[in-house]
Design a protein around this ligand. Structure first.
Ligand code: 0VX
Ligand code: ZN
Length: 252
């Protein structure tokens, strides 16, 4: 019985705890990352990303973001290495963004936000049978966070922004959204949207990708509301603010 939640005054992050008490848990996301407080862990390997055989199945507006879902029936597109003990299967990616010219990322770096943040959501299909089961397990999910900063047009993002109004499209390899260097911060956290399960091993890439204000503007053309609703609420500021670290260590 998923209660309705959103990003407004009445249903936004400040009241999610009412229906999702874990919002005040000990490993909530996002967080503010303070680089010089991160601890260097020499046992951390590079992350390995295999998206070459990935099959996108749809793109949709779920009322909170735009989501591109992938076929996760086998290990065709996985992330492994880094802090991960198993390969994690790509399930979907989605974005968080702000209003025009405003910050909209979920994680911040020394208190500074970026224009937007891309989340590539993966699940541990070695230990769990379904995404749903993995999503409630402490090592069930791995989300790759990528910051978007404004600058030139992104060469490939147009394949998403061009079809946002069409919603349906095929064949997109999210590898082209990765920055050139895969240096990362990693910490144990949660989903940043209800049900806020504390099941996520976060891997946040240090290097942002560059997108244009025009490309970001296309996201803001989306609506929180269905077309049947009278008030057409533009989808923007769909990000949760940073949550208390509660003694957690951010590793790099
Ligand atoms: N913003 S997030 O932590 O990736 N949240 C979700 N919810 C479902 C999948 O990813
Ligand atoms: Zn997200």
């Amino acid at each position: 019985t998923g209660q309705r939640w959103g990003y407004g005054k009445e249903d936004g992050p400040s009241v999610w705890y009412k229906n999702y008490p874990v919002a005040e848990g000990s490993r909530q996301s996002p967080i503010d990352i303070v680089p010089n407080e991160a601890s260097r862990d020499r046992s951390l390997d590079p992350i390995i990303i295999n998206y070459d055989q990935c099959t996108s199945i749809n793109i949709s507006n779920n009322g909170h973001s735009v989501v591109v879902e992938f076929n996760d029936s086998d290990d065709r597109s996985v992330i492994k290495g880094g802090p991960l003990d198993n390969p994690y299967r790509l399930k979907q990616f989605h974005f968080h963004w702000g209003g025009k010219g405003c910050e909209g990322s979920e994680h911040t770096v020394s208190g500074t936000g970026f224009a937007s943040e891309l989340h590539l959501v993966h699940w541990n299909a070695v230990k769990y049978k379904t995404f749903g089961e993995a999503s409630t397990a402490p090592d069930g999910l791995a989300v790759l966070g990528i910051f978007l900063e404004t600058g030139d047009d992104h060469r490939w993002l147009h394949m998403i922004t061009d079809v946002l109004y069409m919603v349906k499209y095929k064949g997109f390899n999210p590898k082209c959204l990765l920055p050139s260097r895969l240096h990362y911060w990693t910490y144990l956290g949660s989903l940043t949207t209800p049900p806020l399960h504390e099941s996520v091993i976060w891997i946040v890439l240090k290097e942002p990708i560059e997108v244009s204000e025009k490309q970001l503007g296309m996201f803001r053309m989306l609506l929180f509301t269905g077309e049947e609703d009278d008030q057409r609420l533009r989808m923007e500021n769909n990000f949760r603010p940073p949550q208390p670290l509660k003694g957690r260590i951010v590793r790099e």
